[in-house]
Design a protein around this ligand. Structure first.
Ligand SMILES: Cc1cc2nc3c(=O)[nH]c(=O)nc-3n(C[C@H](O)[C@H](O)[C@H](O)COP(=O)(O)OP(=O)(O)OC[C@H]3O[C@@H](n4cnc5c(N)ncnc54)[C@H](O)[C@@H]3O)c2cc1C
Ligand code: FES
Length: 260
């Protein structure tokens, strides 16, 4: 484990139901809160799940290095996340982090656009928080219940634009429709994105220099098991090689990803 990665028992500060199947978990994890960068993740051992020993990866949503708070936003999809949703303040959770390579952060006056699908907006929040010029933030979901963290992004001063597949909030259609508009307004802006793979592929088709965060299923999270491999174009772009998403990612340049 590198000096910047820590394995700790973090105490739960709060485990809050947000809406629908989404929760926010606040942890006291000062070492990870101090060292975390936008787009990195933690690997979390869900307590009292002895028959399933594998950790679960979650993007680092927010940190407060002064108080030592580290927060994630999660969706209940299976046994681990359902169990996590029953955890209470004061319980300890074992974490490894911060892990992976995150987003390139904008420099100086560089403009940026964040494109997020569902809980992908958790992975891009620290980027917005640390950016000197606040990004345009595009959040898409199936329905209004899937649109998260609006207040948090607005509080940062971001220009927030929403899309839903069913038209229950914002633009009726795809979040990539909003990306095309935003790029016409801000040509050359840095694009960073997290969400489902079809959305990330579409983002890459619009801007091949976009940075996309892949949520590839993981086992060890630290480079040992190769469960998380994806195909990356090789240096000459005429073939491909395997890359471990937990080590070389989860953030990749869109044009380097080899989609099957
Ligand atoms: C780098 C990274 C960052 C992530 N960040 C977040 C986050 O911020 N918030 C969040 O809610 N989830 C995030 N995930 C996904 C999260 O890790 C899984 O949803 C979780 O591990 C599922 O555990 P489970 O035991 O509840 O479900 P399981 O019982 O393991 O699986 C239940 C269902 O969830 C699906 N699933 C499992 N893993 C993933 C995955 N990696 N991506 C998509 N679907 C999956 C399975 O295919 C299955 O259908 C992230 C994943 C990665 C790799
Ligand atoms: S999850 Fe084990 S190598 Fe990436």
């Amino acid at each position: 484990m590198s000096k910047k990665q820590h394995q700790i028992d973090a105490s739960i500060l709060a485990n809050t139901h947000l809406q629908g199947e989404y929760f926010r978990l606040d942890l006291y994890a000062p070492e990870i809160a101090r060292d975390a960068r936008p787009g990195q993740f933690i690997h979390l051992q869900v307590p009292d799940l002895e028959h399933r020993i594998l950790r679960r990866p979650f993007s680092i949503f927010d940190t407060d290095p002064q108080s030592g708070r580290l927060s994630i936003v999660y969706k209940t999809v299976g046994e681990g996340t359902f169990k996590l949703s029953t955890c209470v303040a004061g319980q300890n959770v074992n974490l490894i982090g911060p892990l992976g390579i995150g987003f390139t952060e904008p420099t100086g006056n560089q403009r940026s656009i964040l494109v997020a699908g569902g809980f992908g907006c958790a992975a891009t929040f620290l980027f917005a928080k640390r950016a000197a010029i606040k990004p345009v933030v595009l959040i898409g979901g199936r329905s209004s219940i899937d649109i998260l963290l609006q207040d948090e992004y607005k509080a940062l001063g971001c220009d927030l634009r929403i899309s839903t597949d069913d038209g229950t909030m914002g633009h009726k259609g795809l979040v990539t429709d909003l990306l095309k508009v935003a790029l016409r307004e801000m040509p050359g802006a840095l694009v960073a994105s997290c969400g489902p793979n079809p959305m990330l592929k579409a983002v890459g088709n619009i801007d091949e220099n976009a940075e996309i965060s892949l949520e590839q299923p993981m086992c060890c999270g630290v480079g040992a098991c190769f469960a998380c491999v994806i195909k990356l174009k090789d240096d000459n772009d005429d073939g491909w090689r395997f890359a471990r998403s937990c080590m070389e990612g989860p953030v990749f340049k869109a044009h380097k990803v080899w989609w099957d």
